[in-house]
Design a protein around this ligand. Sequence first.
Ligand SMILES: [Zn+2]
Length: 159
Amino acid sequence: MKHLSGMAFFAELNRRLAAVSPEALSLTEHNQPRSPDEKVLMVLSDDQRRLAVVVNELTVEIKGLLAEHKAQHRNGSDHSDEDCEAFSRETAPKIDELDTMRAIMWSALKKELPEVPETGIGIRAGGELVELAPTNPIEELLRRSGVVIVGDDGPHLFE
Ligand SMILES: [Zn+2]
């Protein structure tokens, strides 16, 4: 995929935001329901939900690409180092795009709610922004942020 920069990036973001279906705004497809011990900090507006949907879609897209690539490794077929490098080159801009969109989303949310903590928060089904329960905050944070680790054998999404 071609690397998007400047206005092209925002044109693409706008296109993605406009393409979000009304059903997707429920944020039930990719976001887990809130557990009873999680505190609701705010409920996202439709605009904020659109951003969250776009971030989810990109995350799923990239996870799919990475899973596909990992499968090629497992199959051990005719997968060369050049194939790996080409994959990393093609995937890196998409991961960069996801990082930027995620940063835009969290920045927008923090402007609404300046007292929102830096860590330990997440978006639940129904668009609830919650303070995560302290049971396993690291795991939740990594899951929420979809941490991407780039290693020698290409980028891997934390799973
Ligand atoms: Zn590879």
